[in-house]
Design a protein around this ligand. Structure first.
Ligand SMILES: Nc1ncnc2c1ncn2[C@@H]1O[C@H](COP(=O)(O)OP(=O)(O)OP(=O)(O)O)[C@@H](O)[C@H]1O
Ligand SMILES: [Mg+2]
Length: 295
C-alpha cells in the first residue's frame, strides 16, 4: 500500500515538469503520526566525504543534500568518479562524513546496521562455501534478526520470489552471474532493511539478463514496496528503475539536479523517453565550472 505522503508527492510530481527540482512542499502533519507529511526516511544533510591517501586528500562528495522517502526508488546517477559508491557506502555506515550527517528515521548513522543492506555489482559477494540457502540465512542469523526457523522460512519465501527454489542447495560457483545477483537480492530482501542499497547491481550482466533483472526488481518492488537507493551510470536504467533521480556531477560529487521519473517504466520507449534521456545526458555532460569548490 502506498502511504499518503507518497501519493501526495506523486501528485506533486505529475504537476511538476520533468526537469524541475522538487519544490519545498507544504509540510502538513499526518493525521496518524502527527509527523510532517514530507518526513523522509533517509535524510542526507550537507554531506562531504573524503579519502585520505599518502599524496593528498580526495574529496569524493561535496555538501550533498538529499531526502529519500518511504517506498522511493531513488536513483543516484552520474559519471564515473562522481562519488556514487562513496555516498552509498556512507549510507551503509562504512565511511564517516567529514562534514554533514546522514539521518535514518531521524537518527544519525554511526556505522553499519541490519537496517541497511547493500547489493554490490560483483558476483563474488556471496561466500562460496555456503549454499544458496545458507547465504540467504546467514545475515539473518549473524545479526540475530531471526531464529533459525524464521530464517529458513524467510529464505524459502525470498528464494521463491527470485525463482531460485530449485537451486537452494547449490553453491555460488554453480550459478550464472544473474543467478548470483538474484541470491544477493533475496539475501538483502530477507533482512527486510529499512533501505535497500544497490550499487550498479546489474552492470556486469549481459544486456538481456540485465533487462530481465530490472523487470524482476520492479516486480519485487510492486509486491513489497521497499525503499530503494540505487546507483547506476546508465541513464536508461535510471529512468526505468527510479521514481526519483539525483544527477551527480564529478570532482567532487555534487547534486546537479533532482527530477521525477515515475512516469517511465520497462515498457517505455519512443520519442518522449528518448527526449527525456537526451535531456539528462545534457545535464550530465554540460560543463559547469565553479572555482570556489575544492577538487
Ligand atoms: N578507496 C579510495 N581511496 C582513495 N580515493 C578513492 C577511493 N575510492 C574512491 N576514491 C575516489 O573518490 C572519488 C569517488 O569515487 P567513487 O568510487 O565513489 O565514484 P563512483 O561514482 O562510484 O564511480 P564509478 O561509476 O566508476 O563506480 C573518485 O575520485 C575516486 O578516485
Ligand atoms: Mg561506483
Amino acid at each position: 500500500m502506498i502511504s499518503n505522503h507518497v501519493l501526495a508527492r506523486e501528485n506533486l510530481a505529475s504537476e511538476t515538469p520533468l526537469f524541475g527540482t522538487f519544490g519545498a512542499s507544504e509540510s502538513l502533519p499526518c493525521p496518524a503520526t502527527g509527523k510532517p507529511e514530507n518526513d523522509s526516511i533517509l535524510a542526507i544533510r550537507g554531506l562531504s566525504l573524503e579519502y585520505d591517501t599518502p599524496e593528498r586528500t580526495i574529496r569524493a562528495t561535496h555538501e550533498i543534500d538529499l531526502d529519500v522517502y518511504l517506498a522511493d526508488r531513488f536513483v543516484l546517477l552520474g559519471p564515473s568518479g562522481c562519488g556514487k559508491s562513496t555516498l552509498l557506502k556512507a549510507v551503509a555506515g562504512f565511511i564517516r562524513p567529514v562534514e554533514g550527517e546522514i539521518l535514518l528515521d531521524g537518527k544519525r548513522i554511526q556505522g553499519p546496521g541490519p537496517d541497511r543492506i547493500v547489493v554490490f555489482q560483483e558476483f563474488d559477494q556471496l561466500p562460496p562455501w555456503k549454499t544458496v540457502r545458507q547465504n540467504v540465512c546467514f545475515p539473518l542469523l549473524a545479526s540475530r534478526t531471526a531464529t533459525r526457523e524464521e530464517a529458513d522460512e524467510r529464505a524459502s519465501y525470498f528464494l521463491d520470489k527470485v525463482g531460485l527454489t530449485p537451486f537452494s542447495d547449490a553453491y555460488p560457483h554453480q550459478l550464472s552471474g544473474g543467478m548470483k545477483q538474484r541470491v544477493a537480492i533475496a539475501r538483502a530482501l530477507a533482512m527486510q532493511p529499512r533501505v535497500l542499497l544497490m550499487d550498479e547491481p546489474f552492470a556486469a550482466l549481459d544486456a538481456l539478463t540485465r533487462r530481465k533483472m530490472q523487470e524482476e526488481l520492479l516486480t519485487l518492488w510492486e509486491e513489497d514496496r521497499f525503499t530503494l537507493l540505487f546507483v547506476t551510470h546508465s541513464i536508461e536504467e535510471a529512468l526505468i528503475i527510479g521514481n526519483r533521480i539525483a544527477i551527480l556531477s564529478p570532482h567532487p560529487g555534487r547534486v546537479r539536479a533532482e527530477l521525477n521519473s515515475h512516469q517511465w517504466s520497462l515498457g517505455s520507449g519512443g520519442e518522449k523517453f528518448q527526449a527525456a534521456a537526451q535531456r539528462i545526458e545534457r545535464l550530465l555532460f554540460e560543463h559547469k565550472t565553479d572555482d570556489s569548490l575544492p577538487s
